[in-house]
Write a protein that binds this ligand. Structure first.
Ligand code: BJW
Length: 221
């Protein structure tokens, strides 16, 4: 049995209308990541950070999964496939995918910064809203900011160590630890394939360039 690890990034959801980060006009050209995607930025100005994620939650609610999400949903749930995403949107789940590993968290979830309790996020988050478990007024989005440990790393590292094929979809490969998965998979003996609008830079055995809505269904078929 060929074991496959799929890693997706913002390019997977670009054609659903959700912005990428580092492309021209991307989120990091509109916002300073130090202000909205670090614990320090949240401590300085929680209202700004909540407004950033509230707006993205509203965009997500109005977006629809595209053909690439649907193709990955068909792969999901197979014993030989591990689906890891850096995306915090729920478009894979809404396309029917099961067992998606959200290594950078989920926009639809809230996290108490004091006790670690998690719950479904309301459309608009109030920083002063009390945690349902401990009552602390320290609600934050359940997402992984720079300097924080991504989620499910043990599970992901185990899957990479067993992989025969590693497929990277729509990610620039600039943010670690996800950017290092291709080397980890190669060290384990896996073949590596990139599906991206434009190749991210020569670290893969093979590259198929094109929009995710085309190249992902072609690969899955
Ligand atoms: C299409 C397309 C279409 C477009 N079809 N494709 C120096 C060296 C090494 C590391 C560090 C360093 N200094 C600091 C670090 C660590 C830091 C890091 O990596 N920094 C780098 C910037 C250098 N990393 C961290 O802090 C992480 N934590 C950590 O390392 O903990 C310690 C640790 C130690 C040991 C083991 C494990 C951990 C945490 C990183 C958290 C990232 N958080 C964000 C924001 C939160 C979530 C959110 O708001 O959404 O996550 S940043 C942002 O970037 C977001 C994304 O998930 C992430 C990746 O972006 P992605 O998906 O690649 O998007 P883009 O925009 O970059 O690329 C889009 C791609 O799509 C492009 O390639 C396009 O071509 C393509 N595309 N349209 C197909 N239609």
């Amino acid at each position: 049995m060929k074991r496959i690890v799929v890693l997706s990034g913002a390019g997977l959801s670009a054609e659903s209308g959700l912005g990428t980060f580092r492309d021209v006009g991307g989120l990091w050209s509109q916002y300073d990541l130090a202000d909205v995607a670090t614990p320090e930025g949240f401590a300085r100005d929680p209202a700004l950070v909540h407004a950033f994620y509230d707006a993205r939650r509203a965009n997500m609610a109005g977006a629809r999964p595209n053909a690439a999400h649907a193709a990955l949903a068909r792969l999901s749930g197979r014993d030989d496939v591990t689906l890891v995403t850096q995306n915090i949107d729920d478009l894979l789940e809404r396309a029917g995918a099961r067992s998606v590993i959200h290594m950078h968290g989920e926009l639809s979830r809230a996290l108490c910064a004091v006790c670690g309790h998690r719950w479904d996020a309301p459309p608009v988050m109030e920083p002063a809203a009390p945690c349902p478990a401990c009552d602390a007024a320290a609600t934050r989005p359940d997402v992984v900011w720079f300097g924080e440990m991504p989620y499910h790393m043990e599970t992901i590292e185990r899957a990479l160590g067993d992989a025969d094929l590693f497929v990277s979809i729509g990610t620039s490969g600039t943010v670690y630890p996800a950017a290092g998965f291709v080397e980890a998979a190669r060290m384990a003996g896996a073949e590596t394939l990139e599906l991206n609008l434009e190749a991210s830079g020569g670290r893969f055995d093979a590259v198929r360039e094109g929009p995710a809505s085309v190249v992902v269904p072609d690969w899955v078929a």
